[in-house]
Design a protein around this ligand. Structure first.
Ligand SMILES: *[C@@H]1O[C@H](CO)[C@@H](O)[C@H](O)[C@H]1NC(C)=O
Ligand SMILES: *[C@@H]1O[C@H](CO)[C@@H](O)[C@H](O)[C@H]1NC(C)=O
Ligand SMILES: *[C@@H]1O[C@H](CO)[C@@H](O)[C@H](O)[C@H]1NC(C)=O
Ligand SMILES: *[C@@H]1O[C@H](CO)[C@@H](O)[C@H](O)[C@H]1NC(C)=O
Ligand SMILES: *[C@@H]1O[C@H](CO)[C@@H](O)[C@H](O)[C@H]1NC(C)=O
Ligand SMILES: *[C@@H]1O[C@H](CO)[C@@H](O)[C@H](O)[C@H]1NC(C)=O
Ligand SMILES: *[C@@H]1O[C@H](CO)[C@@H](O)[C@H](O)[C@H]1NC(C)=O
Ligand SMILES: *[C@@H]1O[C@H](CO)[C@@H](O)[C@H](O)[C@H]1NC(C)=O
Length: 331
């Protein structure tokens, strides 16, 4: 029985920063006298993760004194309230909120403030669009781990192995929560991280409990490579088997092959392997792969079929060979 649990595993988001210097809202002493919400037009995240939307707002002058700490901020999608965690401070006109379990791409969400009558307002003309496509790679990931604290004066010490990044420990009531923040990279994918709580008991005995967690880091395709293997001898009309490989999580869902012919790029097929016919001259190919997080083009694979040139080379080699083996006349 372990008292530790991973409380979240979030690939945090690319947040488009709010430029507060050019914005005007009442909390900052401006004279805007309208209902306005200031949110980024769009924010990118990963499917199933949460996303924090920076937000501020203004009210019409006559409603200003109705804005009390008891007011309830919610967020809606198509008039339906969604699951959120409010992070801001309404009375300071800060409506920053974390939207939980975001699943759909390109959906608009808007703020609603309910202070009871008469101040009930939907900021539906100032929505934020959540786009699902952020890459985890290189963005901060947070892992949280909490352990019960049985004795306030000797809270447990929570540590992470390996120490992938910075961790901060917070004690709240009877629980200690440690948050590990690190920059996710594809190299972390599949790694096992442990969270350990060490309790120091007055007797001097130390007890330790821990849990392990396997990281799943999503990333766009990397190291995409195209190779060909011609049916020998390589000749015009002969076969060429092309294979496209890539590292991606989740695995690539689409592989497209292209042939470069002079100025033109022709789509020639799909699938990780493809068998095609060689043309006379330069045969140039590449593949392009896709997963939910992005696309990548491979290197260019080239094979030159010029039968005449090959024969000429053979002749030259034979001549050179002949010259070498012919004994030099002695002086
Ligand atoms: C609003 O609240 C959030 C969360 O507490 C904070 O990060 C942000 O800096 C605040 N914004 C302003 C303009 O004070
Ligand atoms: C919220 O903002 C108001 C007004 O600026 C301030 O008096 C109050 O202390 C803030 N509350 C919190 C929890 O920060
Ligand atoms: C801590 O305990 C107090 C009183 O029992 C409770 O009101 C508060 O919500 C608790 N805080 C957290 C973060 O659980
Ligand atoms: C993550 O990367 C940023 C920018 O490269 C850097 O400033 C920050 O310190 C890194 N964070 C961690 C926990 O390594
Ligand atoms: C993490 O643990 C799992 C299950 O025990 C194991 O299959 C996997 O190989 C481990 N990963 C690494 C990188 O050690
Ligand atoms: C400390 O642990 C040892 C070994 O587990 C045990 O023999 C001893 O009784 C413990 N001491 C106390 C005060 O609990
Ligand atoms: C790509 O290849 C390089 C060098 O072979 C390797 O270090 C790296 O881990 C590979 N990337 C992935 C995502 O497999
Ligand atoms: C190319 O692919 C075909 C069909 O999969 C196979 O029969 C053939 O042996 C392959 N040729 C080479 C050179 O790999």
């Amino acid at each position: 029985m372990l008292p530790l649990k991973v409380i979240h595993h979030i690939c945090m988001v690319i947040i488009i920063p709010l430029d507060l210097s050019t914005s005007c809202f009442k909390g900052a002493g401006c004279n805007a006298a309208e209902f306005e919400a200031l949110v980024p037009a769009s924010v990118t995240t990963l499917s199933g993760s949460c996303v924090t939307v920076p937000c501020s707002f203004t009210l019409e002058e006559e409603y200003k004194d109705k804005l009390l700490p008891e007011c309830i901020p919610t967020w809606k999608k198509d008039k339906i309230t969604i699951s959120t965690t409010f992070k801001g401070n309404l009375t300071a006109y800060n409506c920053t909120t974390t939207l939980n379990d975001v699943l759909e791409d390109n959906v608009q969400y808007y703020l609603r403030i309910d202070c009871g009558k008469p101040l009930r307002y939907d900021f539906s003309v100032y929505p934020v669009t959540i786009q699902i496509k952020g890459k985890c790679n290189g963005t901060p990931v947070e892992l949280g781990c909490s352990a019960p604290s049985y004795c306030d004066t000797h809270p447990p010490t929570v540590t992470w192995t390996p120490a992938l990044g910075l961790s901060t420990q917070l004690q709240q009531n009877d629980t200690v929560t440690s948050t590990l923040t690190f920059n996710a990279s594809h190299l972390h994918h599949g790694n096992n991280v442990s969270c350990t709580a060490a309790y120091y008991i007055p007797s001097g005995n130390k007890t330790v409990t821990s849990t392990r967690y396997q990281l799943s880091i999503s990333y766009a395709p990397r190291n995409t490579s195209a190779v060909g293997s011609p049916c020998l001898p390589a000749r015009e009309g002969g076969c060429l088997n092309l294979t496209c490989t890539s590292h991606a999580n989740p695995a690539v869902s689409e592989v497209t092959w292209y042939r470069i012919h002079g100025e033109h790029i022709l789509k020639i097929g799909t699938g990780s392997s493809l068998s095609i016919q060689l043309w006379n001259g330069n045969n140039v190919f590449f593949c392009e792969v896709r997963n939910d997080f992005g696309t990548e083009k491979s290197n260019v694979y080239k094979i030159d079929i010029q039968s005449k040139l090959i024969q000429n080379r053979k002749i030259i080699i034979i001549i050179l060979y002949a010259l070498e083996v012919v004994p030099q006349p002695k002086p």
